[in-house]
Design a binder for this molecule. Structure first.
Ligand code: GAL
Length: 437
């Protein structure tokens, strides 16, 4: 992420710094007799998520057996509840050693309060730059420095579906080989064949963001330029209309009580055969496999029609706040979960893809292997998710979640909703100007 750069003495110091830094970090990381605590605050409590974080923390404990590891889960997908709790702690000077934070704009409030250490040391010592896709690298930087270290990447533009349902009702399985319009036609035909109480499409937006997730994906599907203008703070109400109309159409096939469920409960509806298809991120795959489903046998997945060639990225990362008790353990934590062995155990359990291209794709099932090949491919364009903290400033996301959450409840007023979105975001500063196309 680039902001107006000033050439200054600071730059000269920064150029000298790595030599000293890498010596320090070497002795910190190599000290396997380290003691003290490592409190890691995260939101990974659902199926797949908790297996993933447990793998990463257990791996850390095997390397540093004398460190007291405290796992601090704060339930609420996508960091819904974590953000507030952590902010209070960090500002109060009582921060955990490390906490989960999406790479990108989500880091800004802490950065602006000078509450985070920069992580250039871990990036440089662990040689991450040479193995990280450029766009992911950019997302992790503010003003030319890294402020987080990614642990896993999720693809956000995916349709998941229950294979058995299609077989049971004699409908051919869907694929990306259609336009968004054809996808909705397909959903209409499917809905006709499904019995009462079974829905063609899913949504579980108890925490709002699940609705924003679908909205942003449809916005990209409708027009990547609109998406780019949105994240640059330059979109107009008129340009938002097609995405809202598409979401309105999507909602037409969703159960009316969608707000009663969270994302993982909605994945449960897919498993129970009450919902056929769901636009979601591939932590859903982690949920399905953690609950005993197999890709290709029980569930299928394909890229959301209209978004082929694009990879929506939710970049899971951890940061190092300044007011923790044991900063060295936070450095050890980051330097450990990026290793090949830790990445190999974390990502398959979580359903995510390693941010690091040297991690062999053979560690994944067929679904994640293809997703990983896409992420690392130069032919695929990566776009930063708005919903998952990267693409837009927090003030935009929090207001968007409310507006889209209301729209999902009452999807009549497309023009009014487009206007509300513009009114909510037009005065928000957008320091990052993305070039995703
Ligand atoms: C995303 C995150 C995923 C998953 C999901 C639901 O923001 O990237 O790892 O945790 O939220 O909680």
């Amino acid at each position: 992420m680039k902001r107006g750069m000033a050439v200054s003495i600071a730059l000269a110091i920064a150029l000298l710094a790595p030599v000293v830094l890498s010596q320090d970090i070497k002795s910190i990381v190599e000290n396997v007799n380290a003691t003290g605590q490592l409190e890691v605050v995260h939101w990974w409590t659902a199926g797949g998520e908790k297996e993933g974080i447990n793998e990463a923390l257990n791996y850390f404990s095997r390397i540093y057996p004398k460190v007291r590891v405290i796992s601090g889960p704060i339930a609420g997908g996508a960091g819904t509840n974590l953000k507030q709790v952590v902010k209070t702690r960090v500002v109060a000077g009582n921060a955990p050693e490390s906490f989960q934070c999406h790479a990108g704009y989500e880091m800004y409030p802490y950065y602006e309060g000078d509450l985070l250490y920069n992580c250039d040391d871990v990036w440089s010592y662990m040689g991450l730059e040479s193995v990280t896709p450029d766009m992911i690298e950019e997302i992790c930087k503010i003003d030319g420095h890294y402020y987080c270290v990614p642990i896993g990447i999720h693809r956000t533009n995916v349709v998941f579906y229950n294979k058995g349902l299609f077989e049971a009702y004699g409908v051919e399985e869907p694929s990306s080989n259609m336009t968004l319009e054809e996808f909705f036609d397909f959903a209409a035909e499917l809905q006709e064949k499904l019995p009462e109480g079974v829905r063609a499409l899913g949504l579980g937006d108890r925490n709002n963001w699940e609705a924003t997730h679908i909205f942003e994906t449809l916005m990209l599907a409708e027009n990547p330029r609109t998406y780019e203008k949105f994240i640059n703070g330059k979109v107009t109400a008129k340009e938002l209309v097609p995405a809202l109309e598409a979401f309105q159409e999507y909602l037409g096939y969703v159960a009316p009580d969608h707000r009663a469920r969270t994302w993982d409960e909605e994945c449960g509806m897919i498993m129970q055969g009450k919902v056929a298809m769901l636009i979601h991120g591939d932590w859903a795959k982690g949920y399905f496999t953690a609950n005993g489903w197999e890709y290709g046998k029980d569930f299928g997945a394909f890229v959301v029609p209209g978004t082929e060639g694009w990879f929506g990225a939710s970049t899971d990362a951890f940061v190092r706040p300044k007011s923790s008790v044991n900063h060295e353990n936070a450095i050890r934590w980051q330097a450990t979960y990026v290793t090949l062995d830790a990445q190999k155990v974390f990502n398959p359990a979580k359903g995510s893809i390693s941010p690091y291209t040297h991690v062999p794709t053979t560690i994944y099932d067929e679904y994640s292997r293809e997703a990983a090949e896409d992420l690392y491919s130069r032919d695929i364009k990566i776009y930063p998710s708005i919903t998952h903290g990267s693409g837009s400033p927090e003030q935009v996301l929090s207001q968007l979640n409310v507006i889209i959450g209301d729209f999902a409840q009452n999807p009549q007023n497309v023009q009014g909703t487009a206007n509300s979105i513009i009114n909510a975001i037009k005065y928000v500063e957008h320091p990052v100007q993305w070039d995703i196309i």
